[in-house]
Design a protein around this ligand. Sequence first.
Ligand code: HMH
Length: 228
Amino acid sequence: MERKLEGEGDGGTIATWLNKHRQMYSRATRHPFILSIKDGTVDFSSFKRWLGQDYLFVREFVPFIASILLKASRESNDGSDMEVILGGVAALHDEISWFKKEASKWDVPLTGVAPQEANKDYCRFLESMTSSDVEYTVAITAFWAIEAVYQESFSLCLETDCKTPQELMETCKRWGNIGFKQYCDSLRQIADRHLKKEPEVVRRKAEEAFIRVLEFEVGFWNMSNGDS
Ligand code: HMH
């Protein structure tokens, strides 16, 4: 049953939220750390800290995605959601190999590295989202937001006239490329399709999860920059 949701245009729930929370979204996607990559002034020791910490994060991301895959498989639909998420799992597998290669290039150790506070907080949130009590719609909204922040951030560093250092181009392309953008758009469509059907209480939980992701992303960038 289609119903008109209050205060919502035709762009969907996420468009409404992006507009409502645009300041926070922009803090996450145009963080000084990303802007420093874009203008070529990035401190390489910050980049290396980010690399080591993000590897730890990505490893924690695996059970999170697995839990979403499980929830998607239990949804009664044609299985198209599951294929998109499965694509995400495959990309993550590749990403872990990439982190190892990149870390050895930069002499960043990956074993025995302690997660910093902001990373631990974020990973705890991921873990909380794996609970079977968390609705599929809420989890997939968080998933979309996590991927979208990286996509939007790193694609900024690929715009023309950027001074992104050559050594960081591969990193920026990993999340800033058009294929990753299309994948994020597919996640957004899935989230929007489910949000439309949910009662207000679940929609509110999903909005809350979206906002928390933005806060955690800002915290993660601050930590990478050495500001926390
Ligand atoms: C902190 N957010 C963080 N790390 C990532 N690798 C992504 C998002 C995207 O996968």
